[in-house]
Design a protein around this ligand. Structure first.
Ligand code: CA
Length: 402
């Protein structure tokens, strides 16, 4: 999500103490006034006033959500770190178990929406670790806050009012509706407006429940991809090798040419299976520049991209789906001598840092800003560049010096 500046008075206001101050009182009043205007909008959407009152009773703004809205990344994540954490052995093993467990449902989903089981399961694995992490914030509270403060209020107001409609219709229990700070929820993290357009009741209980029903969530995800232009029977693309001296000018997901054109320019499959010599349109992407893996991506890659608007995200889904089918890792190495870490290795880094007496919070495999600052401060004494990054080299030095 794009960076959104906060009103300057807002940050200290909610981050200070619980002691009431004049500024704090003013802001509570602003939130109360804002809720009143939302109530009027809710009524115009046929949400009964009693429902509005019930769902917003005692609601206070969530200051943390606004901090997250305004967050600027302090550290740039290389694509190989991003993929190493998302497509690791754990997620492949867990995903294969889910393919087994939900086989019958996934077959029905594939028959109805034309999207392969492995693709749907890959999105599930990356969005919520197969239903293990939904986010912990009240969606109503987050969206009410974002509707009243910050620069994208119009967008979030629609999401907030749509949430009330979803709850009014009884698809999800209000107390169960938790999600990300921006209001995405469920097994595959739908925004409320996406829910409204796309979510389906696949288990036939009359409710579209993306938190409580795996069949509803997975079928809704397949429906999303179908509506985004998924082409049944076509893959997402191919890892390729470029000929020496290849001119990569004009590369890009959107600059598609026929596969036969790419072949004529000397591009070859990087795996045992040759590229189809056809007029199927494909774009060339080089996620780490010309020195790293290269991919020819088809229309279905764009459907994956539309789920989260990042090429690295689409590549993670694409690659995880291939690995779930038994495919090998990419054949070309990332252009680094310090590869990224799996979640198991990240947990090991955290445990080793903790063993050395550093306060890094919970050992959860998520290297957050706090842990990165600890790493950055420690790296010089370990003989490493102080970049705050947890890579293979840091793990090796921590192991060797414990
Ligand atoms: Ca249902």
């Amino acid at each position: 999500m794009s960076r959104i500046a906060l009103l300057s008075w807002f940050i200290p206001l909610f981050l200070v103490s619980l002691v009431p101050s004049p500024a704090r009182a003013q802001d509570d009043a602003a939130f109360t006034n804002c809720l009143s205007s939302l109530r009027a909008q809710a009524v115009s959407r046929k949400i009964p006033a009693t429902t509005f009152e019930r769902l917003t009773a005692g609601l206070a703004a969530d200051a943390e959500v606004l901090t997250l809205l305004d967050r600027q990344p302090e550290f740039v994540t290389p694509v190989w770190d991003y993929l190493a954490g998302l497509v690791d052995d754990e997620r492949i093993t867990d995903g294969r178990a889910m393919l087994q467990e939900w086989q019958a449902t996934l077959q029905r989903i594939e028959a109805e929406y034309g999207v392969p089981a492995e693709t749907v399961v890959a999105i599930w694995g990356i969005e919520s670790n197969y239903g293990r992490t939904f986010g912990r914030r009240s969606v109503v509270r987050s969206l009410a806050t974002l509707s009243c403060f910050g620069r994208r209020q119009e967008f979030f107001r629609n999401e907030f009012l749509t949430t009330l409609q979803i709850l009014e219709q009884g698809h999800i229990e209000p107390e169960a509706l938790v999600g990300s700070w921006a209001g995405a929820f469920g097994h595959t993290q739908f925004m409320p407006s996406t829910f409204e357009r796309i979510a389906v009741d696949f288990d036939g209980d009359g409710r579209r429940d993306l938190l409580g029903s795996v069949p509803d969530a997975l079928a809704s995800t397949a429906n999303y991809l179908r509506r985004s232009g998924w082409r049944t029977g076509q893959g997402w693309g191919f890892e390729v090798r470029l000929p020496d001296g290849f001119d990569a000018v004009g590369a890009g997901r959107r600059n598609k040419q026929a596969l036969s054109n790419w072949i004529a320019r000397g591009v070859r499959s990087a795996t045992a299976a040759p590229l189809p010599d056809s007029d199927t349109q494909a774009g060339l992407i080089l996620p780490a520049g010309p020195g790293g893996p290269a991919f020819l991506v088809l229309r279905n890659f764009d459907a994956l991209y539309s789920y989260n608007a990042a090429e690295s995200y689409a590549l993670a889904i694409a690659h995880l789906s291939d690995r779930l089918r038994g495919a090998a890792p990419f054949s070309t190495a990332w252009p680094t001598d310090d590869p990224g870490l799996s979640r198991a290795e990240r947990r090991e880094v955290q445990a080793l840092l903790r063993e050395r007496g550093h306060d890094i919070g919970e050992v959860d495999g998520l290297i957050g800003a706090n842990t990165r600052r600890v790493i950055q401060a420690l790296q010089p004494e370990l003989g490493l560049a102080a970049d705050g990054r947890a890579g293979k080299r840091l793990l090796e030095v921590l192991r060797a010096t414990r």
